[in-house]
Design a binder for this molecule. Structure first.
Ligand code: ADP
Length: 449
């Protein structure tokens, strides 16, 4: 059993991990940049260590500082949260070389899934259905033209090292291909250090459906159903729910089993998410995330389990605390990602939170690290909170969300809260009838929010 865990992250996800540690009787160590000295995760952890100046590359991404912080405090394991070093195979290697434990999968699994071309090949071999596209990387524009015209337009060019919605370009017709190809390559090179790209059929009316999986690293795995993350802006999730309003129990069991079997087949350890596009009742794999997702609380809500606790248990070598038959869906959950951004431009709006009041009541969870007087630093992601509601069914969850939003007060900085107030009034959101393109199209025609 670990006695002390270091959390290599900040914000709400650092709090999330600290909370799980405290409930398990494990001491927590927060790390922070000089810009985060007054951050809530620093206040809530048992100990804290300053690991560098504000820029993420000098602090939260600074591997030697993180390892030193473990050595100074005697932490035995590192939880990476999401973002930062959570999907960095070299980081995992360094942790293990120092006799510490990474709370997550092996470096090898992170490496395989972190390269989207290798991930797709691996998943195809494991029997997971994939989006039609090039077999591997595409090196020249000529080759891209050949593949795209054989497959039919529109197509999407993706950087194999891409992530967070970056490194992807759509070509609607052959005329767009040259620009899409060169910009995806350039973005891959400049943002991720790898210019390799591949081609996929661009699905025009899909939903984004992802399957939560969990493995014990010894060939046992379960799935925890799906999350529907179709409401997106710039390929980034805004509003997530579980279960999906369009997936039947039969479809859930079928794709869930394919995913659980796939990760069991590679002895995967810990939490993972297998992402699909879903169109015309078919699932198409796009990528796997080898970490906890931002939207994990909706899954926790409907299954009544603690995914972080489970991650820690698996890292300690313990068996999964639930079998597939124990995982029964109870009700419906929705999450809103609240960013410090001014809508409708979604311009980052750092500054001081003059007043904060979190909503409460039955079925309401607010995961946030802000407080009255908190100064949101300009250096990091603009996510400042996640509001999650859980209720017996989707209509009740929507009503609860509206009620919770009416109680939530964040003053002093601009936030994306007006977006959710407006979204809840839309018929498509009420009925759950939307594709991954709906939100962008709606935003274009509703510039006033
Ligand atoms: P990232 O790693 O940057 O998150 P993903 O491959 O997970 O990239 O894709 C993110 C989003 O981009 C998807 O949820 C979807 O909205 C869109 N997308 C990706 N691939 C396709 C595709 N083949 N057709 C249509 N949309 C796509």
């Amino acid at each position: 059993m670990f006695s002390k865990i270091l959390i290599a992250n900040r914000g709400e996800i650092a709090l999330r991990v600290i909370r799980a540690c405290r409930e398990m009787g494990i001491k927590s160590v927060a790390v922070h940049s000089t810009a985060d000295s007054d951050a809530m995760h620093v206040r809530m952890a048992d100990e804290s260590v300053c690991i560098g100046p504000p820029a993420g590359t000098d602090s939260y991404l600074n591997v030697p500082s993180l390892i030193s912080a473990c050595e100074i405090t005697g932490a035995e394991a590192i939880h990476p949260g999401y973002g930062f070093l959570s999907e960095n195979a070299n980081f995992v290697q360094v942790i293990e070389d120092h006799g510490l434990k990474f709370i997550g999968p092996t470096a090898e699994h992170i490496r395989i899934m972190g390269d989207k071309i290798t991930a797709k090949e691996t998943m195809r071999e494991l029997g997971v259905p994939c989006v039609p596209g090039s077999d591997g990387g595409v090196d020249s524009l000529d080759e891209a033209h050949r593949i795209a015209s054989a497959m039919g337009y529109p197509v999407i060019i993706k950087a194999t090292a891409g992530g967070g919605g970056r490194g992807m370009k759509v070509a609607q017709t052959a005329e767009d291909l040259e620009v899409a190809f060169s910009t995806a390559r350039a973005e891959g090179k400049s943002v991720f250090g790898n210019a390799e790209v591949y081609l996929e059929k661009y699905l025009t009316l899909p939903r984004h459906i992802e399957i939560q999986v969990f493995g014990d690293g010894k060939g046992n795995a379960v799935h925890l159903g799906e999350r529907d993350c179709s409401l997106q802006r710039r390929h980034q999730k805004v509003f997530e729910e579980a279960p999906s309003p369009v997936i039947t129990q039969e479809q859930r069991q079928r794709i869930g089993k394919v995913c659980a079997d796939a990760i069991a087949g590679i002895n995967y350890a810990g939490a993972g998410t297998i992402e699909f596009l879903f169109e015309n009742d078919e699932f198409y794999f796009i990528e796997m995330n080898t970490r906890l997702q931002v939207e994990h609380p909706v899954t926790e809500a409907i299954f009544g389990i603690d995914l972080v606790r489970e991650q820690i248990r698996v890292a300690e070598g313990m068996p999964l605390s639930f079998g597939q038959e124990d995982l029964v869906i109870n009700g419906h959950a929705i999450e809103c990602r609240i960013n410090a951004e001014k809508v409708p431009e979604f311009r980052p709006s750092p500054g001081t939170v003059a007043q904060y009041h979190a909503p409460g009541g039955l079925g309401v969870r607010m995961d946030s690290a802000i407080y009255d007087g908190y100064k949101i630093p300009p250096y990091y992601d603009s996510l400042i909170g996640k509001l999650i509601v859980h209720a017996a069914d989707r209509p009740t969850a929507l009503a609860r969300l509206e009620r919770a939003l009416s109680e939530l007060v964040i003053e002093g900085v601009e936030t994306t809260l007006p977006l959710f107030d407006a979204l809840l009034k839309q018929e498509a959101v009420q009925t759950g009838d939307y594709t991954i393109h709906w939100l962008e199209q709606w935003l274009e025609t509703n510039p006033e929010i």
